[in-house]
Design a protein. Structure first.
Length: 258
C-alpha cells in the first residue's frame, strides 16, 4: 500500500479522482471527501470487499499519510453513507466519473495493438444486493445472482470494462450498449486490433457493429440450419482455387452468398 499510495499521489491520479468526484457535503460535521475516497481506495488495495472490512484500516496513520489524508481514515459507516448519498442524487454523474477514471487508468496501454475479449459471467449473491435476481445460474439454480459483462485485454488479462446488471440480463446482447460506448470513446489509434468472443456474440448485432466501426472481429457462430446449408453450398459450389490455407490446418474462404 505504501508503494502504491506514493505512486498514485505523486502522479496526481488520486488528486484528480477526488476533484472530479461528484460527492458533496453541506454539513460542517461531515467528513472530508478526500478521506472518504482514500478509505475506499486503501481498503480495496488491502483486500476489502465488504464495508465491514474497512474497519481494519482505522488508526493506520502510515497508509493515511501516503495519500495525504487530512486526519485519518473514516469509519465504514461514513463510507456507506457517503456512497449512498451520492448515488441517490445523481447516479449518471457517478457512472460517468467512474468510467472516466477507468479509461484513464488503461489508456496508455492501448496505443499498442491488443485483442479485446468479451465475455459474460454469473456472480452468485447470498445477501440482499441491488440487481440480485433469480435468472440463469448453472451452478446454484434458484439462487439470486448478478450478471457480469466483462471486456478485457487479451494476453494481459487486464479489465477493459465491467458492467454489472441484474441476474436476468445474462445474455450477450445486454452488454452491447456499454461496450460500444467505451470503444467509441477511444481515439482511433487506441481501438482494439481484434474483438473476440464466444458463441453468444456471434450474432447479427455484434457483427454489424464491428463492421460499422471497421474493427476486425472473430466470434463463434451458432450452427443453425441456415449456417449449415450455407456451409454445404460453399463447399459444393466453390472451386479449390477459392479456398485459402489458414493457420492450424483450416481452409478459409470469403463469399457474398447468403
Amino acid at each position: 500500500m505504501v508503494y502504491f499510495g506514493h505512486f498514485i499521489y505523486t502522479n496526481g491520479l488520486f488528486d484528480g479522482l477526488v476533484e472530479s468526484c461528484p460527492l458533496t457535503y453541506t454539513s460542517n460535521n461531515a467528513p472530508d471527501k478526500r478521506n472518504v475516497l482514500g478509505t475506499v481506495v486503501c481498503g480495496i488495495i488491502n483486500g476489502a470487499w465488504r464495508y465491514a472490512h474497512l474497519s481494519h484500516l482505522h488508526g493506520d496513520e502510515l497508509c493515511a499519510e501516503t495519500l495525504d489524508l487530512r486526519g485519518a481514515f473514516v469509519s465504514e459507516d461514513s463510507v456507506r453513507r457517503g456512497l449512498k448519498k451520492g448515488t441517490k442524487t445523481d447516479w449518471d454523474a457517478w457512472d460517468a466519473w467512474l468510467a472516466k477514471a477507468e479509461l484513464e487508468s488503461i489508456l496508455p496501454l492501448l496505443s499498442v495493438p491488443y485483442i479485446l475479449d468479451l465475455d459474460t459471467s454469473v456472480k452468485q449473491i447470498y445477501g440482499h444486493q441491488e440487481g440480485a435476481e433469480v435468472g440463469y445460474n448453472p451452478t446454484r439454480r434458484g439462487r439470486p445472482s448478478q450478471s457480469l459483462h466483462v471486456g478485457f485485454i487479451g494476453g494481459l488479462r487486464m479489465l477493459f470494462s465491467v458492467d454489472v446488471q441484474g441476474g436476468k440480463a445474462h445474455a450477450a446482447s445486454y452488454m452491447a450498449e456499454r461496450v460500444w460506448a467505451r470503444v467509441d470513446a477511444l481515439p482511433l489509434s487506441c481501438r482494439p486490433s481484434l474483438i473476440r468472443g464466444d458463441i453468444g456474440f456471434g450474432n447479427e448485432g455484434y457483427l454489424c457493429a464491428c463492421e460499422e466501426r471497421n474493427l476486425s472481429h472473430l466470434f463463434k457462430l451458432k450452427m443453425t440450419s441456415r449456417v449449415k446449408n450455407l456451409t454445404r453450398k460453399l463447399a459444393r459450389d466453390l472451386s479449390a482455387e477459392d479456398w485459402k490455407v489458414g493457420s492450424g490446418g483450416w481452409e478459409i474462404t470469403e463469399s457474398a452468398c447468403l
